[in-house]
Design a protein around this ligand. Sequence first.
Ligand SMILES: NC(=O)c1ccc[n+]([C@@H]2O[C@H](COP(=O)([O-])OP(=O)(O)OC[C@H]3O[C@@H](n4cnc5c(N)ncnc54)[C@H](OP(=O)(O)O)[C@@H]3O)[C@@H](O)[C@H]2O)c1
Length: 263
Amino acid sequence: MFPSTSDNRQTKKLAERFEGKVALVSGAGSGIGRAVARRILAEGASVILLGRTLEKLEETRLCAPRERVQCVAGRHENPADSDRAIQVALRTWGRLDVLVNNAGEFLQASTADTSVESWSHILGSNLTGPFVLTRNALPLLRASRGSIVNVSSTLGIQPIAGVSAYAAAKAGLIQWTRALALEEAPHGVRANVVCPGVVDTPIHSQRGANAAAQFLKAAARLHPLGRVGNPEEVAAMILFLASEESGWTTGASIPVDGGIVLT
Ligand SMILES: NC(=O)c1ccc[n+]([C@@H]2O[C@H](COP(=O)([O-])OP(=O)(O)OC[C@H]3O[C@@H](n4cnc5c(N)ncnc54)[C@H](OP(=O)(O)O)[C@@H]3O)[C@@H](O)[C@H]2O)c1
């Protein structure tokens, strides 16, 4: 069956949601960040891809018009790297409308087994990074009355044993997003956070390929919808929060999790 005229109009509207907008996506070389970058590019935005590994960012940009993508290799918690990414936005397009703080790292370790260095590292990549990048981006986001979307985790709402540094960082990200939303509302900047359940991405491969496959199979059963998520499903929510469709939503933390926080 062919879509009706109103469906056509809706499809066109979605395809053009980010026409003329500029977005910065951290952790864009893999998983959820790559899905966000590819979809926002497909919907018309120009995008700065930030991540640790240039080759992975180059792979994300494949198929996208070269004039609409800039890759910046660096760590978001490093002020110089973050500033470089913002300067690329300013020099290349003169604006920034959307910031997606997606980069992060997982650590499976209880408090007793977490060194001070590991604690600092996990807080750096999951909490300090978004803060540093956002702080650098705020002047441009205020100018465009832009939108910030942070990527936390259901573990930031409901922890399990053995992930304490990661759970603490992701909980901090949720509360910081709420504070940021209040602070920036008078400037017209919105800030929201998504909390994914278990999503099938390379973040789990640090367990080893077989263990990752087994983990994902077991995790599927824990989600009321009976499966783990895919990066595109999380990207869809992130794009909604980044777009003007969610123009009256700020400070919200939204689980995208197959229902696991209900259990
Ligand atoms: N997958 C899940 O089950 C799940 C569930 C809940 C929340 N999350 C969150 O979702 C976000 C994306 O995770 P993912 O599953 O897509 O993982 P992923 O496939 O491992 O991707 C993470 C990306 O972040 C980049 N990155 C990590 N630390 C960085 C840093 N300090 N500075 C700059 N870039 C950095 C990595 O760069 P390189 O590739 O170059 O190393 C990678 O491209 C993370 O915040 C994660 O905590 C994931």
